[in-house]
Design a protein around this ligand. Structure first.
Ligand code: SF4
Ligand code: SF4
Length: 422
């Protein structure tokens, strides 16, 4: 298994190197992932060098490091690969890249760039506390030059703006916290991005769920830990996972479902936490976790979703994020928006290549824009009136490429109900 933290051999560098070469050898014979991402293209170029001549065993540590660093954990290759477990070759390319990264971080320590980008919770709290100043600083060219030099965040990368009030404070101040004695109950894992940058998305979740007679609570929570994982800090990720599972499991036991309006965070809860913590509570929470649109579509299938919409959304360019595709749940956000009358969805299955913190980094900025070109072109060609994605990071890339704001699908639904006037 590529990511068994309890295994004695997990942290052994020679074992990691051996496993990288074993999997790269399989990939060399297969090459199905050619052009899927920069990591595979880099691997194949290195394998095709005359000195290597297709023998993965001849790749040196610089080759292995380069392929690892170019993986931005979109997870697309996992479902694309015919040799994932239970196949006896047990290829899990994304987790092998992660293992290589965490072992390297354990040996060399984390870069300042990764340490900074990992603190999404702290940065978000400070950003909201000093919102006008933080938003000015994000746009100020001199400050961006300093951030570029100091933390390696590319000076041209559009960064999210901070709200003046968190989603959480809005939720806590409401007079009513949902329908009482509701048949269905939701614990909203609202995500850092919604809390600090996009509170309107959180408000839309609450309003849409409550309109459908569902009780909503917001449990104590912290960042899902993906930014820590991106930087190879496995212990910090596990700490975040433990705290979130303790909080969510208490509600799951009482019959709550966990609903998440962010594809990376729901991916973490469903797929990564069970591997990182490997216990029954985590499995239980994972089994009861849903993306917000997945949850609402399930409600529709039961015949319980209110479909009395008051306005249409028009022509919508909808990007399905990689971390939703990796969940194997189908096209729930598209299906949900298609229930709205006078709405035409142009589905776009192209990667935005930001994926956590990777596309924010100075050294990958140009490559990130290049990988995202097909997405940007397809949105432009769609001639849509509205651009929609479940992913706040894809929204940044779209804004970078097209100077256009992107909405979360739940906001499209809230607008169609007449509940979102923003
Ligand atoms: S990850 Fe799987 S599908 Fe992709 S190149 Fe390697 S073996 Fe082939
Ligand atoms: S997870 Fe994504 S970025 Fe990483 S190797 Fe697979 S396809 Fe490439």
């Amino acid at each position: 298994m590529a990511f068994d933290l309890e295994s004695k051999t997990f942290w052994d560098e020679s074992q990691v190197e051996g496993e990288l070469k074993r999997v790269f050898d399989i990939c060399n014979g297969c090459r199905r992932c050619y052009n899927l991402c920069p990591s595979f293209n880099d691997l194949f170029v290195r394998l095709d060098r005359e000195s290597v001549d297709g023998e993965a065993g001849k790749l040196d540590s610089g080759d292995l490091r380069s392929v690892t660093d170019l993986c931005y954990q979109c997870k697309l290759c996992f479902n694309h690969c015919p040799y994932t477990p239970p196949h006896r070759w047990e290829v899990d390319f994304p987790r092998l890249m992660l293992r290589s990264k965490v072992v390297q971080v354990k040996r060399d320590g984390q870069s300042l760039q990764d340490r900074f980008l990992g603190r999404a919770d702290l940065i978000g709290r400070l950003g909201v506390l000093f919102a006008p100043l933080a938003n000015w600083a994000i746009r100020n060219r001199f400050n961006r030059w300093i951030m570029d030099k100091l933390f390696g965040i590319h000076r041209e990368r559009i960064l999210p703006q901070y709200a003046s009030k968190t989603f959480r404070s809005w939720f806590d101040k409401r007079a009513t916290h949902g329908a009482t004695k509701a048949a269905k109950k939701v614990a909203l894992f609202y995500t850092c991005s919604v809390n600090f940058n996009e509170p309107e998305t959180g408000k839309a979740c609450v309003k849409v769920l409550e309109k459908n007679g569902i009780e909503v609570v917001c449990p104590e929570q912290r960042c899902c830990g993906m930014p820590f994982l991106d930087g190879g800090d496995i212990e910090a990720t596990r700490k975040s996972a433990r705290a979130n599972i303790d909080s969510l499991y208490a509600l799951v036991k009482e019959g709550y479902d966990v609903v998440v309006p962010g594809p990376t965070c729901s991916y973490m809860l469903k797929k990564e936490y069970p591997v990182l913590l490997n216990d029954a509570e985590t499995q239980n929470v994972a089994a009861r976790t849903f993306d917000i649109c997945e949850y609402l579509m399930a409600l529709h299938v039961e015949g319980k979703l209110d479909t009395r919409f008051v306005s249409g959304a028009g022509r919508v360019a909808y990007q399905i994020p990689c971390h939703l595709r990796a969940q194997n749940i189908g096209y729930k956000s598209r299906d949900l928006m298609e229930l709205i009358p006078n709405t035409k969805i142009c589905l776009i299955e192209k990667c935005s290549a930001i994926d956590g913190t990777w596309g924010l980094k100075r050294q990958y900025y140009d490559l990130s824009l290049k990988v995202a070109e097909p997405l940007i072109n397809e949105i432009r060609d769609s001639q849509a009136e509205l651009t929609v994605s479940d992913c706040p990071l894809a929204a940044l890339q779209i804004e970078q490429g097209l100077k256009r704001k992107t909405l979360h699908p739940v906001r499209v639904l809230a607008r169609a109900y007449g509940l979102d006037q923003e």
